[in-house]
Write a protein that binds this ligand. Structure first.
Ligand SMILES: Cc1cc2nc3c(=O)[nH]c(=O)nc-3n(C[C@H](O)[C@H](O)[C@H](O)COP(=O)(O)OP(=O)(O)OC[C@H]3O[C@@H](n4cnc5c(N)ncnc54)[C@H](O)[C@@H]3O)c2cc1C
Length: 574
């Protein structure tokens, strides 16, 4: 099938978002440049050889990542009754046929040592009588989720990891620094162009760059993600020429607190793991009607069932009901969530809590290999910005932090090995970098930085319209005509927003969101089937023709279709 005819002629934006005359901006040098200070980025920093210098750039502070917001925990086979094969089988079952079995197997086997390492670095996971307390979440056949502070695992893990990273003598962190673009020369990544309010634009030259910029949940009006999750890293990788894969797969978390005017707080799966029911506006429990695993079915199944029930009952939400559980246990186990509910006059243990789905975890991203290498030499990636083969068409709950830990470590190690191999194992401090002549058609020869006043362009309006459009047309349920309409609208916005030059992050971020949205819609248009989190109401079944990844590269109209060879594994024991 010729997919470019399905998509039409799409506008190709500029290679670099901003002008940078190399003679007019400050230059900095580092061995390893890490873009992103969430769990994946910091774990990568901790894996870099201590002889090499590391610079971590983050667009906010180290407290604002999705990693900090993670609640439920990290999946790992810890219980002697559990087995690696069970965790593998659960991950493969959730992944709808698109997981890479070798990747899943290796990550699952690495999990216990990554947890042990976090404990050694001072993470205090919840425990009872000296043993780790293990939660159970949707799609898991066993109790295997280690958690901390009840439902604030990310905060505790990041406290320990940030402490560990801060102690590194070879590490520098640049907070409040926005990465505008990766810099490439002759197809090799050589660092990045970054901006902060103190120094303006700076060219950071690096021997290796690791992209760890997280997800893209902010492309949707309803989202669990922090404000920074705007898909920047995917757009950076895209403009630099890396392959992005499976961009149509955005996971919607089924239970996001839905109170008008309130924050869209995620209500962790662990609440359902502890026995909470989902009920409709009339108090009727509905999940057993959709799946035999009821509330513990994988997220895509639960999100879709909630959407059906919301339509059926003409109501803006469904409800979580914990009133049949022990109230003291509920308040002890979920203190953070109880506090948020209390702010809106709701008692988590007694009242029905209004919830609906929201964009949660990006599954597609920069294609990486087992060592975290992207398709561009010199550029590694780890965490939610990637497509590693672990998640397939759906993320299993609590496998995401694990992925960041495993691939962060691998990327940091592999980058170090490459640098040390190139330099014969002796990278001298202050050793000169050869700075290549970068060809940027936007390089400024004259005055100013090339930015144009955005005058009549109301960036906030386009931003809000994009998020509303993605929610309406590219949400839990998709359909061909409505996707085509969404593509046409976003394409129109791309045509007049992408060529502009902005002077600050609000504009660059919007440009990134538009490029990523377009790729997500393209993927959803092309994938004429239902698989994992991608539900097409006009193609409601999975098709064997689409047991494949869809890979996109800038400048290539046709996607790369990568077929998956499936093997059969035994089902998990429950
Ligand atoms: C509310 C919530 C709860 C979750 N609960 C769980 C859970 O219980 N278990 C689980 O496994 N997963 C959970 N997840 C998912 C998990 O937290 C994420 O997938 C994971 O933390 C991603 O880690 P990361 O390091 O890849 O990205 P992040 O932690 O999001 O870090 C991204 C970093 O990149 C930086 N950045 C982004 N763009 C730029 C730019 N242009 N320039 C410079 N810096 C940039 C950001 O500032 C940030 O420092 C949850 C997610 C959310 C939102």
């Amino acid at each position: 099938m010729n997919h470019s005819s399905q998509l039409g002629q799409l506008f190709e934006g500029p290679r670099y978002l901003a002008a940078f005359g190399p003679k007019r901006v400050p230059h900095c040098f580092t061995d390893v440049l890490i873009l992103g200070g969430g769990l994946a980025g910091l774990r990568a920093a901790l894996a870099v050889d201590s002889r090499l210098s590391v610079t971590v750039v983050t667009k906010d502070d180290l407290q604002s990542s999705s990693s900090q917001w993670a609640q439920g925990g990290i999946a790992s086979v810890v219980d002697p009754e559990d087995r690696f094969d069970n965790h593998v089988a659960d991950t493969l079952a959730a992944g709808g046929g698109l997981c890479h079995e070798d990747v899943v197997d290796a990550v699952v086997r690495e999990a216990p040592s990554r947890i042990a390492e976090l404990i050694a670095w001072g993470t205090r996971f919840d425990s009872h009588n000296g043993s780790l307390e293990l939660g159970r979440e949707g799609g898991h056949s066993h109790h295997r989720i280690v958690h901390a502070l009840g439902d604030a695992t990310g905060r505790e893990v990041m406290r320990a990891v940030i402490g560990q990273a801060r102690a590194l003598e070879n590490l520098e962190v640049w907070p409040e620094t926005f990465t505008i673009d990766l810099v490439t020369h002759e197809g090799i990544c050589r660092g990045a162009l970054v901006w902060n309010p103190r120094h303006g634009k700076t060219l950071v030259w690096a021997r290796r760059t690791i992209l760890a910029t997280g997800g893209a949940g902010q492309l949707y009006r309803e989202s669990t993600n922090p404000p920074g999750a705007s898909g920047d890293g995917m757009a950076l990788a895209w403009r630099a020429g890396a392959e992005l894969r499976d961009m149509e797969f955005m996971q919607f978390h089924p239970t996001v607190l839905y109170i008008a005017g309130g924050t869209r707080s995620l209500i962790t799966e662990a609440v359902r793991g502890a026995g909470a029911w989902l009920v409709d506006r009339d108090g009727r429990r509905f999940m057993p009607e959709f799946d035999e695993r009821a509330e513990l079915a994988p997220r895509d199944v639960v999100a879709r069932a909630i959407t059906v029930v919301m339509h059926r009952t003409h109501h803006a939400s469904v409800y979580l009901d914990l009133s049949h559980l022990d109230a003291a246990m509920v308040r002890r186990r979920f203190p953070g969530m109880a506090e948020i509910c209390a702010k809106f006059g709701l008692d988590l243990a007694q009242d029905r809590i209004p919830v609906r789905p929201g964009a949660h975890s990006m599954i597609g991203g920069a294609t990486i290999d087992a060592g975290g290498r992207t398709t561009i030499p010199g550029l590694f990636a780890a965490g939610e910005v990637t497509s590693s083969g672990l998640h397939g068409a759906n993320r299993l709950a609590s496998n995401s932090l694990l992925e960041g830990l495993v691939y962060g470590a691998r990327a940091g190690e592999a980058a170090s090995v490459e640098i040390l191999a190139e330099s014969g194992g002796t990278v001298a401090d202050g050793e000169e970098f050869l700075v290549p002549a970068i060809s940027n058609p936007r390089a400024v020869a004259g005055q100013g930085d090339g930015a144009e006043p955005h005058g009549i362009l109301d960036l906030a309006d386009i931003h809000n319209s994009l998020r509303a459009l993605m929610w309406r047309h590219v949400g839990v349920e998709r359909e061909g005509e409505s996707l085509a309409e969404a593509l046409e609208t976003v394409e129109g916005w791309c045509r007049y927003v992408l060529p502009r030059q902005f002077a600050e992050p609000q504009g660059w971020q919007l440009q990134n969101m538009l490029e990523v949205a377009r790729l997500m819609i393209q993927g959803a248009v092309v994938r004429c089937e239902t698989r994992g989190v991608h539900f097409r109401s006009d193609f409601p079944e999975a098709s064997p023709d689409w047991l494949a990844h869809i890979g996109w590269r800038r400048g290539q109209a046709e996607p790369r279709i990568e077929r998956i060879v499936q093997t059969t594994r035994p089902a998990a024991e429950s």
